[in-house]
Design a protein around this ligand. Structure first.
Ligand code: ASP
Ligand code: MG
Length: 464
C-alpha cells in the first residue's frame, strides 16, 4: 500500500486532473490511498472571501463564490460523463457552496470572524476538490471513494493549526480506510481538515495536506508516502538562484528537516514526524514528469553520497544585536531576550553569541524588526540606563546561508571550504552558527550578496 498526496497545482485544472487519474491508474497494483488538497488558489479565495464578508463587501464576496462554483463545475463538465454520477456530484458540490454562502452570510451579519469560523470555511476547498477527484477516477473506471478526513483525524481545538491526537486518529484511519483498500477501492481523502473532540472542524495549518498524507500513510503502514508536486524533488539549491541546481536522489529525514525552510516549498516540515516515527520513506515526485524517480527521504538517506547536499539562502531577514559588557557572565539574559520576543510573537531563526558574551545576535524576519527592537529595549531598559547594555542594534536586509548535509558530521574542513568559497567570492560573513548535530552550517551575509554566496558554495562542493 502507498499513500499519494496531490497538492493544489496537481489538482488545479482539468489537464492536471487527467494526469492525476493516469498516475493513480498506473500505480493501482501498489494499492494507493489518495490524499489531496483544494484546487490551487481555492483556500486563499475562501479565506479572502471570509474577510470580505467581515468587511461587508457583499458584491466582491458574491463574485468569489460564483468563481468557486464555476471553477468546480467547469472541471466536472469537462471530466465526468453526463449521467447520474455527474448529476449527483453537481448537486453535492452545489449544496456545499450553498452552505458556504450561508457561513459567509453569518460572518457578514454577525460582523465576527473567529479562527474557528475560518477553519470551517477553509475546509470546503478540500471537500470540493476530493469529491470531484473521486468522481473523476470513477468516471475513468477506477473504483474510488470520497473520504472526508474530519471524522478520522482528531485534533485539539487550536483552530488554524490544530495538534493531532495520533493514537485516536490512527485507529479511525485504519478502521475507515483499510476495508476500502482491501476491496480494491481507492480512497480519496481530504487533506488539511480534521475535527476536535466535539466534532467541530479544525485544520492542520496552511499547506497541511502533506501532514495529512504522512499521518495516513504511517497509520496504514504504507511502504512509502509519495508527495506529488511540480518539481523533480528536493534540489541542491533553488534553481532560480543556481542554474546548475539538480534534484537529490536520496536524503535523510534529518537532512530534510534541516532543509525545512527551503524544502518547505516541497514538503511541509510537520509531515516528517509521523513518517520518522513509523520509518516510512517519503518520496517527492513530479506530476509534470511522473517517470522521474524523485527524491527519497528515509532514515538511511544515502549518507555515502555527497558531504554537503544543499545550500540555500533565506532572505528578507533582519539582524538584532544586543551588545554590552553587562551581558558577560550574567545568567538569564538570553532567557529575557527570548521571553521579550515571544511576547510580541517574533520567531527567532538563528542565534549566535561568541564566547566573550559581549554580543548576542538574533536573526528574525525583517518585518518583525521594529516590534522586536522596541520590546527588547523596553525589557533591557534598566541595563541600558546603567550602561550594562550599550545598545540594541538592528541591521536590515540580511540573509542566512544554510549549508546542509549529514555527511559533514565529524568531517574536518567543511567549514573551511564553505568560508573559503565565500571569501573567494568576496563575501563578508556577518555572523555564524552551527548546531552540534553538525548537519547545518548557517551564516549571515548582506542580502545583496546572498545569491552570489549560494552559487559560490554550490560550486565549491560540486553540487550541480
Ligand atoms: N489547501 C490548504 C492550503 O492551501 C492545504 C494544502 O494545500 O496543503 O493551505
Ligand atoms: Mg498547497
Amino acid at each position: 500500500m502507498i499513500t499519494m498526496k496531490f497538492g493544489g497545482t496537481s489538482v488545479g485544472d482539468a489537464q492536471r486532473l487527467c494526469e492525476v487519474a493516469a498516475i493513480v491508474r498506473s500505480h493501482l497494483s501498489r494499492r494507493p490511498v489518495v490524499v489531496a488538497s483544494a484546487m490551487s488558489g481555492v483556500t486563499d479565495l475562501l479565506l479572502g472571501t471570509a474577510r470580505l464578508a467581515l468587511e461587508r463587501k457583499k458584491d466582491e464576496g458574491l463574485r468569489n463564490t460564483e468563481e468557486l462554483r464555476r471553477k468546480h463545475l467547469e472541471i466536472v463538465m469537462a471530466l465526468v460523463e453526463p449521467g447520474d454520477a455527474r448529476d449527483r456530484l453537481v448537486r453535492e458540490q452545489g449544496e456545499l457552496i450553498d452552505k458556504l454562502e450561508t457561513l459567509f452570510r453569518g460572518v457578514h451579519l454577525l460582523g465576527e470572524l473567529s479562527p474557528r469560523s475560518l477553519d470551517a470555511i477553509a475546509s470546503f476547498g478540500e471537500l470540493l476538490s476530493c469529491m470531484q477527484i473521486a468522481a473523476i477516477l470513477e468516471a475513468r473506471g477506477i473504483p474510488a471513494r470520497f473520504v472526508d478526513a474530519r471524522p478520522l483525524i482528531r485534533t485539539d481545538s487550536s483552530y488554524g493549526e490544530a495538534a493531532v491526537d495520533i493514537a485516536v486518529s490512527n485507529d479511525r484511519i485504519r478502521a475507515a480506510l483499510l476495508p476500502l483498500v482491501e476491496s480494491g477501492v481507492v480512497p480519496v481523502v481530504t487533506g488539511f481538515v480534521a475535527s476536535n473532540a466535539e466534532e467541530i472542524t479544525t485544520t492542520l495549518g496552511r499547506s497541511g495536506s502533506d501532514y495529512t498524507a504522512s499521518i495516513v500513510g504511517a497509520a496504514l503502514g504504507c511502504s512509502e508516502i509519495w508527495i506529488w508536486t511540480d518539481v523533480d524533488g528536493v534540489m541542491t539549491a533553488d534553481p532560480r538562484v543556481v542554474e546548475g541546481a539538480s534534484p537529490l536522489g536520496e536524503i535523510s529525514y534529518r537532512e530534510a528537516a534541516e532543509m525545512s525552510y527551503f524544502g518547505a516549498k516541497v514538503i511541509h516540515p510537520k509531515a516528517m514526524q509521523p513518517a520518522i516515527e513509523h520509518g516510512t520513506p517519503i518520496r517527492i515526485k513530479n506530476t509534470f514528469n511522473p517517470s522521474h524517480p524523485g527524491t527519497l527521504i528515509s532514515s538511511a538517506g544515502n549518507s555515502s553520497a555527497k558531504i554537503v547536499k544543499n545550500v540555500t539562502s533565506i532572505d528578507k531577514l533582519g539582524l538584532v544585536a544586543v551588545e554590552g559588557s553587562g551581558l558577560m557572565g550574567a545568567p538569564g539574559v538570553i532567557a529575557r531576550l527570548f521571553a521579550a520576543l515571544a511576547r510580541v510573537g517574533v520567531n527567532v531563526m538563528m542565534i549566535s553569541q561568541a564566547s566573550s558574551e559581549h554580543n548576542v545576535c538574533l536573526i528574525i524576519p525583517e518585518q518583525d524588526c521594529r516590534r522586536a527592537v522596541e520590546e527588547l529595549r523596553a525589557e533591557l531598559d534598566p541595563e541600558l540606563a546603567r550602561k550594562a547594555v550599550e545598545a540594541v542594534r538592528v541591521r536590515d536586509s540580511v540573509s542566512i546561508i544554510a549549508v546542509v548535509g549529514e555527511g559533514m558530521r565529524g568531517v574536518p574542513g567543511i567549514a573551511a571550504r564553505t568560508f573559503t568559497a565565500a571569501a573567494r567570492a568576496d563575501i563578508n560573513v556577518i555572523a555564524i552558527a552551527q548546531g552540534s548535530s553538525e548537519l547545518n552550517i548557517s551564516f549571515v551575509v548582506d542580502q545583496s550578496e546572498a545569491h552570489r554566496a549560494v552559487r559560490a558554495i554550490h560550486d565549491a562542493f560540486d553540487l550541480g
